[in-house]
Design a protein around this ligand. Structure first.
Ligand code: F6R
Length: 598
């Protein structure tokens, strides 16, 4: 969940370069930061607690062509300068940054301590440079020592390592993503200018869009002019393709917006249409695979999980086809029902979520096929799946997922329509909805929701209700409000209120009703009336006005795509609730964008 970035090549400002790139990864984990670079005298290190955004890359004036950097999301050991990466060996010649968790660190630490190694932090990571140092006593070769050290690590890791006496950068991966960015040279004599190695593409997107992916169990050694991929255990070379990615730097920056979250909410003016723009034959093939599978399961975490839950309704209502939803972290308990003829659909924005990967591995071990619906190009989940559908949302940087969700919903609606043999109807509906979202997100509309946020900013609780596909959207609304504004929010199926939750309603409690002009409209309005009778302040998000609403946020009448439009005003409300309460919505406390630990 931490961010890793390293550079080796012809540039002589590597230290400043990795610090700058690291700022693009800050959303991954941000309690502390650190960097190490090679100089003639040895390895220099700077690290501290706090945000990398306030560090000036111009302050790194040493000439150097090899540097590594890290933003930390604490797992082992508190948020202190000592615990920030990079960590060093006893002789201070080896520096390592690490993403993941070394599960056997305690045993290794005791073993290394007995051999005289001194530890300065409480982290699991610190054992890695010491282990490499120990291995170097027998091999002398840095890359070989990293290889042997990695073979002793249990758990998940992505590491970057450098040595004061070696003109190389070494990286290894087991469970935590690492991507190599290749900066091409302009002449035949120097075909490569340098290599960037990062846990996430935005770190180097401004320098190159040519990438090579490390797979689990692989390591790379590079001197900045060439690179060698190999298997960590056997040492055998692993040939790699270069891939051009489609993301642009413009998509990955805030532009005119104060926060990525608002920018990404507004991106939905275009991103929904991009999600709909799929290869029709592929959609039909996937619909066929779902129809023919003996049991289709659908899993994701958090917001992506809510898209899965909504998909369960889409498949049921539009195609009369049953799929089984489970949060990815609960899927383990359902594996008894998997057969080689079953299908698992996994949904993930990042394509790196540990619980989703585990669900995939369980399904594969049973011989079942896996369809992945992902956003991030080349992510582990997209590469390991049998079929992959990209939602084409572009980079999602804010921790709170917004445009990825609507992209996921759009893709599932499309598949549900294809399953019903009505793909063109689904496409038409979605493209009309995309155009209506474009109209809806106008400055007046956004301002109206901002002032509503101002009105309810002191509320202790917010409750959200919905029915049918608006029920998962009520759960998602609660996630959005909780994670960025820290207001207690809970979502319910409207019909469940009278079975308990209604006891929580007090005079003036803001309650949001997600309503569609559909067969369950009367039911959800009845539930809303029940809330109003207990004193709730009703905010109706609905295509039609109703007397029960104290505030009416109008949304387009989108029929079967109503979930997609109803969630957007709540995203805007959650954003302004955070801002008006003085919170930074892009960096919610305790959270990180990509959850690569279980
Ligand atoms: C909430 C949010 C998270 C993610 C969850 C899964 O706004 O973003 O709940 O949806 O961590 O992440 P991905 O989609 O990357 O698998």
């Amino acid at each position: 969940m931490c961010g890793i970035f390293g550079y080796i090549g012809r540039r002589s400002d590597a230290a400043g370069l990795v610090v700058e790139g690291l700022k693009n990864l800050e959303y991954r984990g941000y309690d502390s930061w650190g960097t190490a670079w090679k100089t003639e005298k040895g390895i220099s290190v700077r690290k501290d607690i706090g945000k990398i955004s306030s560090v000036k890359s111009a302050d790194f004036t040493d000439e150097t062509s090899i540097a590594i950097a890290h933003t930390r999301w604490a797992t082992h050991g508190g948020v202190t300068k000592q615990n920030a990466h990079p960590h060093l060996s006893c002789d201070e010649n080896i520096a390592v940054v690490h993403n993941g968790i070394v599960e056997n660190y305690d045993a290794l630490r005791n073993e290394l301590k007995a051999k005289g190694h001194r530890f300065l932090s409480q982290t699991d990571t610190e054992i890695i440079p010491h282990l490499i140092e120990e291995e170097m006593k027998s091999t002398k070769d840095f890359a070989a020592a990293v290889r042997s050290a990695c073979q002793r690590l249990k758990g998940r890791f992505g590491i970057l390592a450098m040595h004061a006496a070696s003109q190389t950068l070494v990286a290894a991966r087991a469970g935590s993503p690492l991507i190599v960015g290749v900066q091409k040279g302009k002449t035949k004599t120097s075909p490569v200018e340098g290599y960037y190695i990062a846990s996430d593409i935005p770190a180097f997107l401004e320098h190159t869009r040519t990438v090579q992916y490390l797979d689990d169990g692989e390591m790379v050694v590079t001197d900045g002019k060439s690179i060698l991929f190999s298997d960590i255990v056997s040492g055998r070379e692993r040939p790699k393709r270069e891939v051009e990615i489609s993301w642009s730097m413009e998509q990955a920056v805030k532009g005119q917006y104060e926060h990525f979250m608002l920018k990404e909410i507004m991106d939905q003016k275009e991103s929904v249409a991009r999600a709909v723009n799929q290869d029709e034959e592929q959609i039909k093939t996937l619909a066929k695979a779902i129809r023919e599978a003996q049991g289709t399961f659908i899993v994701g975490c958090g917001t992506a999980g809510k898209a899965c839950m909504a998909a369960e309704y889409f498949f049921s209502v539009i195609a009369q086809h049953h799929v089984n939803f489970a949060p990815a972290s609960e899927f383990k308990l359902h594996h008894h029902f998997l057969k080689p003829e079953s299908l698992l659909i996994v949904v993930s924005q990042s394509g790196e979520t540990a619980d989703v990967l585990e669900a995939m591995h369980i399904a594969k071990s049973k011989g079942a096929k896996v369809l992945a619906v992902v956003n991030v190009e080349g992510s582990t989940i997209s590469r390991e799946a049998d079929y992959t559908l990209r939602i084409n949302a572009g980079p999602e940087r804010a921790v709170a997922s917004t445009k990825a969700l609507t992209g996921q919903l759009a893709v599932f609606l499309l598949i549900a329509y294809a399953l019903a043999g009505k793909l063109q109807d689904g496409k038409t509906l979605l493209l009309e909805t995309a155009a209506e979202i474009n109209d809806m997100l106008n400055p007046r509309y956004v301002e109206r929701i901002r002032s509503l946020a101002e009105n309810i900013k002191t509320a202790r609780d917010v409750f959200i209700i919905g029915k049918s596909w608006n029920y998962p959207m009520a759960l998602e609304s609660a996630i959005k409000i909780q994670e960025v504004s820290y207001v207690h929010a809970e979502g319910f199926a409207g019909g469940e209120l009278k079975h308990g939750p209604i006891a929580l309603i007090e005079e003036g409690t803001p309650c949001i009703a997600l309503v569609g002009k559909d067969e369950v409209m009367d039911d959800i309005i009845s539930n809303t009336i029940e809330l109003k009778a207990r004193g709730a302040q009703i905010i109706g998000i609905s295509p039609v006005k109703h007397d029960v609403f104290d505030e009416w946020i109008k949304v387009p009448n989108a029929g079967n795509a109503q979930a997609l439009v109803n969630i957007i005003p709540v995203q805007v409300l959650a954003y302004f609730l955070a801002v008006t309460r003085g919170k930074n919505p892009d960096m919610p406390r305790n959270l990180a964008k990509s959850v690569t630990v279980k």
